[in-house]
Unconditional design. Structure first.
Length: 259
């Protein structure tokens, strides 16, 4: 069985010091591919360096909505330059987050739109972060996403109704350990309606450790197996069959080399 963690932050401080150990434990658990995701200019440089050193590891570069307020035209052109590296398989994470409001909504929209433009120009998929901003995120994708061919809503925590809207647009949905949480019935209901050719898995580590490992403060790709197991069960599938299907979806979405 081979799973791909489509959204991990291996360069964040919690994981960076022991990244080789993290990768070894991941492989031992059957999680043999990684997309390590940048959130600002410095992290984008780091994810690229790390991906360049590891087989089956790829990078996504983007500016997180939390950091949107400091983004200038230079930040955007620097991002575009980095995105041309052959290890970059997506723009992200980018999007809107009105839960924390670390950056004003107008800045978040501006920076999200600029990244959609880069994705369209470079023909890269987009990893979307959306928190308490569902309608605005869909609206921004409609207005500024022309030419963007593939979009995934990462760390999906929405309802069945929202999942239907996302799927109607042809977008993909990625689930973290949140789907395993005891109080996450609405997310599990949503997961039930996502077809396997639109569904991907991620840890979003170092955050979001899945049950039954939720007490492990620092999540890591090895724990993706618990999220996979939970979703396979929801779908009434063997873990191996489920893994094969979602890995195929991931390979298509990010245009990864066949393995
Ligand atoms: Ni993330």
């Amino acid at each position: 069985m081979e799973l791909i963690d489509t959204h991990c932050h291996l360069t964040f401080d919690e994981l960076a010091d022991d990244v080789e150990g993290v990768i070894e434990r991941s492989k031992a658990a059957g999680v043999t591919g990684w997309i390590t995701v940048g959130t600002d200019t410095q992290q984008n440089q780091r994810v690229l360096q790390l991906a360049e050193r590891h087989e089956n590891m790829y990078a996504a570069v983007g500016i997180h909505p939390h950091d949107a307020k400091d983004v200038t035209t230079e930040t955007i052109s620097e991002l575009k330059k980095l995105a041309k590296n052959k290890k970059v398989v997506a723009i992200g994470e980018t999007g809107l987050d009105f839960h924390y409001d670390f950056s004003p909504p107008s800045d978040q929209r501006r920076v999200f739109a600029a990244q959609l433009k880069i994705a369209a120009e470079l023909n890269l998929p987009v990893i979307v972060h959306c928190r308490e901003a569902f309608d605005e995120t869909i609206d921004t994708l409609e207005r500024f996403g022309s030419g963007v061919k593939k979009v995934v809503f990462h760390c999906f925590g929405g309802s069945v109704k929202q999942a239907k809207i996302v799927l109607d647009y042809g977008f993909y949905i990625s689930f973290t350990g949140v789907v395993t949480f005891k109080n996450a019935d609405p997310v599990r209901q949503a997961a039930k309606i996502v077809p396997l050719d639109k569904l991907m898995l991620e840890t979003d580590c170092p955050y979001m450790s899945p049950e039954p490992m939720r007490k492990q403060k620092i999540n890591e790709p090895a724990l993706l197996i618990h999220t996979a197991r939970c979703l396979a069960e929801l779908k009434g599938l063997d873990l191996a069959d489920f893994a094969k299907a979602v890995t195929a979806t991931t390979t298509t979405f990010f245009a990864l080399p066949d393995r």
